[in-house]
Design a protein around this ligand. Structure first.
Ligand SMILES: *[C@@H]1O[C@H](CO)[C@@H](O)[C@H](O)[C@H]1NC(C)=O
Ligand SMILES: *[C@@H]1O[C@H](CO)[C@@H](O)[C@H](O)[C@H]1NC(C)=O
Ligand SMILES: *[C@@H]1O[C@H](CO)[C@@H](O)[C@H](O)[C@H]1NC(C)=O
Length: 396
């Protein structure tokens, strides 16, 4: 059933371009739902609880690393997020985010009275109040693992979890000085670790061509890689660490458009999402939450781990979008795909002929078929800051 669209996709994926988009699906998010959303409240009533914020992840948390990594105009042009209408709702122009405006970590930074996080590859920036290591294509597993599955594409080699931790370590002296003074500094900082994992499944499902059941066999390894990353942060002195699960893959326009046409009625749940893909998401998130819980017990007196349930929140919104101010939950706002999902790999948001967004991005969940809108990011951030869907909430 998946063959026709997969063949099309995989041939496109050979190119650097298409891959970028796909990459995006995976990771995290989180804008500031209720509170802190407004700039005014962010500057006036912001709790000064954290001295800085450090972010890791993939295109969901991207705040400019993928663009800062290259000065080659041709290469930058290929990144659709560098074209309008990306950025139109907040920045007024593309900001190297895969969104119409702010992403989840932006809303959280503002709610905490911190600046929007500069990308770690930016030159000449002050990182002492925070920096983002997240980069488009980021994965939990090393590239060598995907090479062993037959993947060559370097888009999955932009910066894995271990590489991003290495980038952070290299910046530490400029942020907080010696190892000892860093321990004192970092224990007052907020760490957003991922979500990692989304791209690990995108590679497997969209490029290698595995079924969700086959991809599940790699889930324990992927989750262990994330947990090992958390351990490394703890060893560096991190105390407050948010560890998000992944989005409900089976509810995303990209997966619905690629695999939904050939699916039978029984393949969809009552909300309209693809069951087997969401089962994979659930499996990953359940294992991750278990490992985060075990780490929390082990470090009960010194560390505050927060598991963020992106999937639970997004799934609830998908079932009752109106309650949250949304409509058409499976229809991408930007892109020229048309149809139920408005997603087409060859006519993605920002490509020629796909430079118009929907009339009201604030009423949509999906911006480009892969990444959330600013409006959804804000709701996610609110749920992370105040709960529910973050255990315990960041401000809790
Ligand atoms: C820019 O990148 C393109 C595509 O990767 C390459 O063909 C070209 O030689 C590069 N240009 C420069 C000035 O490095
Ligand atoms: C990635 O590779 C490094 C160096 O070979 C290794 O130490 C690390 O454990 C690997 N990480 C994962 C998640 O496989
Ligand atoms: C936390 O508990 C461990 C083991 O019980 C102990 O070694 C460590 O000193 C404690 N740390 C703090 C900050 O109390």
């Amino acid at each position: 059933m998946k063959l026709p669209s997969f063949c099309l996709l995989s041939s496109l994926l050979m190119g650097f371009l298409a891959i970028q988009l796909i990459t995006v699906v995976a990771s995290s998010g989180g804008g500031g739902g209720g509170g802190g959303g407004g700039v005014a409240s962010a500057t006036t009533a912001a709790p000064k609880k954290y001295n800085a914020m450090f972010t890791f992840g993939d295109s969901m948390e991207e705040t400019g690393n993928i663009c800062a990594a290259s000065s080659n105009k041709t290469e930058l042009d290929v990144l659709t997020c560098t074209h309008p209408p990306y950025g139109e709702s907040y920045f007024g122009k593309p900001s190297c985010r895969w969104c119409d405006g702010r992403v989840v970590v932006d809303f959280i930074a503002q709610a905490l009275g911190l600046p929007l996080l500069p990308p770690s590859k930016a030159k000449g920036k002050d990182f002492r109040r925070g920096v983002s290591m997240a980069i488009t294509g980021g994965t939990a597993m090393n590239f060598s693992f995907y090479k062993s599955l037959g993947i060559q594409d370097q888009v999955w080699n932009h910066g894995s979890l271990d590489t991003q931790i290495q980038w952070f370590k290299e910046l530490m002296p400029s942020i907080c000085g010696t190892e000892q003074s860093c321990k004192g500094f970092l224990k007052k900082s907020l760490f957003m670790f991922g979500a990692y994992g989304g791209n690990d499944y995108n590679v497997q499902l969209l490029e290698v061509g595995l079924t969700p059941e086959q991809a599940m066999q790699h889930t324990p390894k992927i989750v262990t890689a994330i947990a090992n990353g958390v351990k490394k942060l703890i060893a560096l002195g991190a105390v407050h660490i948010v560890v998000p699960g992944i989005f409900p893959t089976g509810c995303l326009p990209i997966f619905l458009s690629l695999f939904g046409d050939a699916a039978g009625e029984a393949d969809f749940d009552q909300a309209g999402c693809l069951r087997t893909y969401n089962r994979l998401t659930e499996y990953h998130n359940t294992l991750l939450r278990t490992q985060v819980g075990a780490l929390q017990r082990k470090h009960y007196n010194s560390t505050r781990l927060m598991y963020a349930d992106f999937s639970g929140l997004v799934y609830q919104i998908v079932q009752e979008p109106e309650k949250f101010g949304f409509s058409a939950p499976f229809e991408a706002c930007c892109g020229a795909g048309g149809g139920k999902y408005n997603f087409d790999v060859t006519a993605r948001c920002g490509m020629e002929g796909a430079t118009m967004a929907c009339e009201d991005p604030s009423a949509r969940l999906s911006w480009d078929g892969i990444h959330p809108t600013e409006a959804l990011s804000k709701v996610i951030a609110g749920a992370l800051l105040r709960g529910p869907y973050c255990f315990p909430p960041i401000l809790g």
